[in-house]
Design a protein around this ligand. Sequence first.
Ligand code: GAR
Length: 210
Amino acid sequence: RLKLGVLISGRGSNLQALLDAAADPAFPAEVALVLSNKSDAYGLERAAKAGVPSAVVRHKDFPDKPAFEQAMTEALEAAGVELVCLAGFMRLLSPWFVERWHDRLINIHPSLLPSFPGLDTHRRALETGVRFHGCTVHYVRTIMDQGPILVQAAVPVLPGDTEDGLAARVLEQEHRAYPMAVRLIAEGRVRVVDERAEVVGDAAVPAPVL
Ligand code: GAR
């Protein structure tokens, strides 16, 4: 099974979705290491509960970003990680790290990219009045929240929606989309051509929630 390294900073519900998927031996990937840049991230408890190794690499403990990212890379390599999954990891990664893991580094973002890169995506979606919102799993490139798109899932924005309500409905879709994207990669069905991710065979596209 493809060895995943999951990078978290907090709650870790997307980590949980990957752990749950990997609990099925038929799932083609497994979580080899959970890495957190915060020692109090709840996701660390999820890793312990699942019996998966975890490590804390705190950015604060290093003199600069290169040293921090070098330490993360060493931990990931020591665990034999083949694909790095950002799951609510809230530190911006340098071009060095991104290139080091080129096409072996993916992220989940709570919007339909290229709309709403960055933070506060649900509030901005409501302010903008879009009728659909959702999430995106994509390969990471040096420009934040940009890179070949693997899987997207859409949800309608409902009249009277609140930021929290919308966030919860998007999060449900994140938990479907992330394991789906990992499966596609682990099955060797993704090729990046001209900065587009092409899926070979029947692409598992999440059914829109209407
Ligand atoms: C998720 O909604 C994820 O898409 C988002 O943070 C949340 C983490 O939740 N990621 C970003 O905003 C990245 N910039 P989780 O810790 O429960 O998976």
